[in-house]
Design a protein around this ligand. Sequence first.
Ligand code: NAD
Ligand code: UDP
Length: 318
Amino acid sequence: MRVVVTGGAGFLGSHLCERLIERGDQVVCLDNFLTGTPANVEHLQGRDGFRLVRTDVTDYLHVVGPVDLVLHFASPASPVDYLRVPIETLKVGSIGTLHALGLAKDKGARFVLASTSEVYGDPEVHPQPESYWGHVNPVGPRGVYDEAKRFAEALTLAYRHTHGVDTGIVRIFNTFGPRMRPDDGRAIPNFIRQALAGEPVTVAGDGKQTRSICYVDDLVTGILAMADADHSGPINIGNPHEIAMLDLARWIIDLTGSASEIVHIERPVDDPTIRQPDTTLAQAVLAWEPQVAVEDGLLRTIEWFRSQEQAQAFAVPP
Ligand code: NAD
Ligand code: UDP
């Protein structure tokens, strides 16, 4: 297969590119490096079938030759990132998705949208099944991401029904692993970076808010199962292992053997209180469920952070 991965130099995109190359597919990786970096796919450069192209998918999306599959992953994903670039986030979710769908239509390719658990907002149903419509504040700060993804889902379905494009939507829950930027602001890279540096570990509010966290290898398996299926989704992909942020901070301090203290910082506006995927559909349709124990995933991620050049990787801009 020849696969186009938008956002392929990001955290999830780079793992997808790697797995696709390993299984013998050809990959065109498109990225503007807004929140990703060519370093994430450096090890793939020169491998048979891999091509990295610097492009902003909101400006232009043209690929020469046949394409069998478009994986649309371009978008900032960390709240700190998307609050820094709110308009770029809205543009890539709307115009970028329009272009990626147009490419799939042109080439007769299957299209898979990386949607998110954020479409459920601050949920009033727990755990969240795909049938839940969500509880999103469109004019709150997170609206730029949540509404961009909700729009992207609607656009994807419109292309399916109007143009007959073979589409799939995955709603991805919090995922972690190697190649997360130490300064991307998400809880797991923050906690690991802080614990390894012996700095205070910053827990927002009382830390009772929960997330359900999935190791990246499992996530990639689920995404590729969806890519290879003909289901339209949306399908939740995530590990139902739910944990309060204070407990997660304590766990990471313990696993790193750190002497860091926990400090409490202000809770972001509209920060969801609970979040857990109902994965019944993924099990039934894709025969997918996570295999990696969260502790093993955390240990592998900590190991990767340790292996990074300390001075460079841990230098957080003021
Ligand atoms: P990331 O920020 O590491 O990767 C996103 C990539 O998209 C980056 O390489 C960035 O440079 C690129 N990009 C952004 N705008 C672009 C544009 N206009 N043109 C070309 N490239 C562009 O984030 P991630 O965690 O890898 O997330 C990837 C996708 O998965 C996103 O769509 C995100 O919404 C979705 N997602 C991720 C998670 C998660 O836990 N990581 C959860 C839910 C959904
Ligand atoms: N969080 C935290 N300390 C940090 C960064 C995040 O306690 O240094 C909290 C954040 O407020 C949220 C949870 O951790 O309640 C998950 O945040 P993250 O940004 O990782 O993901 P998202 O909110 O997008 O699910």
